[in-house]
Design a protein around this ligand. Structure first.
Ligand code: FEO
Length: 182
């Protein structure tokens, strides 16, 4: 195991800093990808999905900022990520939400990986900080799974797509209910 190098000016190791910066890239890419999806939805008239994804993009930026502040105050340097390779067009609304779900599953794996690392090097402060992301990922995966499920439940024929778009507006309330919040 890599030796922990903690000094009076830093409370995270360089390895932890590197992992958190990788997560910053992931959150930045999420923000950009969801903004792109929102814009595509808006051009297609899926207004509720567009509003949902614009908001979700803002939330991802907040996730990125939260990490940047944490790294900086722990003595490291949170880096603005390079964002390239953003997809601008989609085959369908279903493809948009399937992409969101697959992406969120990858984000959860990445967060879990850093949590594992923190336990291994006994960095309990970063472990504790990351619990917020663990809870958030649970909610985000629930949202995305439900969105994909709507396509199977409602069907895309006739007014189906219009209805699915309407239901996307209720996803946050659904995720809160599922998390047991009153
Ligand atoms: Fe911040 Fe959706 O991961």
């Amino acid at each position: 195991m890599k030796k922990q190098i903690i000094t009076p000016t830093r409370s995270i190791t360089e390895e932890t800093e590197k992992l958190l910066n990788k997560q910053i890239v992931m959150e930045g890419k999420s923000a950009a990808a969801y903004l792109s999806m929102a814009s595509w939805c808006e051009t297609k008239g899926y207004d509720t999905s567009a509003a949902f994804l614009f908001k979700h993009s803002d939330e991802e930026r907040m996730h990125m900022l939260k990490l940047i502040h944490y790294v900086n105050t722990a003595g490291g340097h949170g880096l603005q990520p390079e964002i390239t390779g953003i997809k601008h067009t989609f085959k369908s609304l279903r493809e948009v939400f399937e992409t969101v779900l697959n992406h969120e599953i990858e984000v959860t794996k990445s967060i879990n990986n850093i949590v594992d690392h923190c336990l291994a090097v006994k960095d309990y402060a970063t472990f504790n900080f990351l619990q917020w992301y663990v809870v958030e990922q649970r909610e985000e995966e629930t949202l995305a799974r439900r969105a994909v499920e709507l396509f199977n439940l409602i069907g895309e024929e006739g007014v189906g797509l219009w209805l699915i778009d309407q239901e996307i507006g209720k996803l946050e309330a659904y995720a809160e209910r599922m998390s047991g919040k009153p």
